[in-house]
Design a protein around this ligand. Structure first.
Ligand SMILES: Nc1ncnc2c1ncn2[C@@H]1O[C@H](COP(=O)(O)OP(=O)(O)OP(=O)(O)O)[C@@H](O)[C@H]1O
Length: 314
């Protein structure tokens, strides 16, 4: 479990992280999202004791990182995959890490196997692709078999096979009860991987929510209804539009796309007006759409003119 309490970091006038208070629990993958410069890396660095909070606290299983008795066995992290001496082999790099943390060398071969680098374990890291660096970074994070994993952009540079491998790895770690906290700008991948979302913008908490609630709770979520009889379709649409806060689109082919009413409410109403339905389907927004909607006001750097205008007006 990771606990943030009023976590704040200021660099001079700039507030990079602004009073974050939340718990990141075990047994699930928590995705950490936010536009560039939102404060994700700074937050992760404070959890890992690499930056000091200006105010507040970041705790791992109730303790600040500096108080952990055996940190590598309590939290594993991947922040900068390329922070490896290029002349060292992957194995030598991990052996040095294992020795300095009092871990047996056999763990090195275990984790090399786990990340699929056994065949290149004796190759100089300087010859590695970005994807191989990412795997080596994950191997380092897993070395002490810690209950908490913090991964900053772990899929960056991975090919589709590597992305799928990473997804399966973090899922397996969460299924074993571990706390997995990972950032990514790849929304489609995050939608497949994370159970829970923490979203920040300009250092502030924007959302701390289960993925499913985030997707179904957005104003973009809608229900698609197919009514084969045109008269029944019109009467159902009219009844729906009579309700407050409901939007109905009619894209043709006997379909209605309804916002502002649940599938259950629409089904009940259809029953009451005697409309026969051939389809009643929840259409969740994609994570990308829901995220863009939430963070539209929080982007720090943008090429979008409308967003620039909003920023100027704010
Ligand atoms: N050492 C520093 N000195 C001054 N400002 C900093 C420092 N580190 C980060 N910042 C600023 O703090 C803000 C948050 O940066 P951070 O790197 O945490 O964002 P991020 O969400 O990880 O961004 P990205 O998605 O681009 O990696 C940014 O405005 C950044 O310029």
């Amino acid at each position: 479990m990771i606990t943030l309490r009023g976590l704040t970091k200021r660099y001079g006038e700039k507030t990079a992280v602004d009073e974050l208070t939340l718990d990141i629990g075990g047994g699930k993958v928590t995705g950490f999202l936010g536009p560039n410069g939102a404060g994700k890396s700074t937050t992760m660095r404070m959890i890992l004791g690499l930056d000091h909070p200006t105010e507040g606290a970041a705790l791992i299983d109730g303790k600040p990182y500096a108080s952990l008795s055996h940190p590598v066995c309590e939290v594993g992290a991947l922040l900068d995959a390329k922070a490896v001496h290029p002349a060292r082999s992957a194995r030598a790099h991990l052996i040095a890490q294992a020795r300095s943390n009092g871990l047996p060398v056999r763990r090195v071969d275990d984790v090399l196997e786990r990340v699929g680098l056994s065949a290149v374990a004796r190759r100089r890291a300087g010859t590695f692709s970005l994807g191989m660096y990412q795997r080596l970074g994950v191997a380092g994070a897993l070395l002490g078999d810690p209950p908490v994993l913090i991964l900053d952009e772990p899929v960056n540079g991975l090919d589709p096979d590597g992305v799928r491998w990473m997804r399966q790895l973090v899922r397996a770690q969460a299924d074993e009860g571990r706390t997995v906290f990972l950032s990514s700008h790849l929304m489609s991948e995050m939608q497949l991987t994370a159970d829970h979302l923490v979203i920040i913008g300009k250092g502030r908490l924007l959302a701390d929510t289960p993925m499913a609630d985030f997707l179904s709770g957005t104003a973009l979520a809608s229900v698609q209804v197919t009514v084969p009889d045109p008269e029944e379709l019109s009467s159902l649409a009219a009844k729906l539009l009579a309700g407050a806060g409901v939007r109905v689109e009619t894209p043709g082919h006997g379909r209605l796309v309804v916002r502002g009413r649940s599938a259950a409410e629409i089904g009940d109403l259809a029953h009451r007006v005697g409309a026969r339905l051939h389809q009643l389907t929840d259409l969740n927004a994609s994570l990308e759409q829901a995220y863009m909607e939430l963070t539209a006001q929080s982007v720090e750097y943008t090429t979008d003119q409308a967003a620039q205008k909003r920023q100027v007006e704010a």
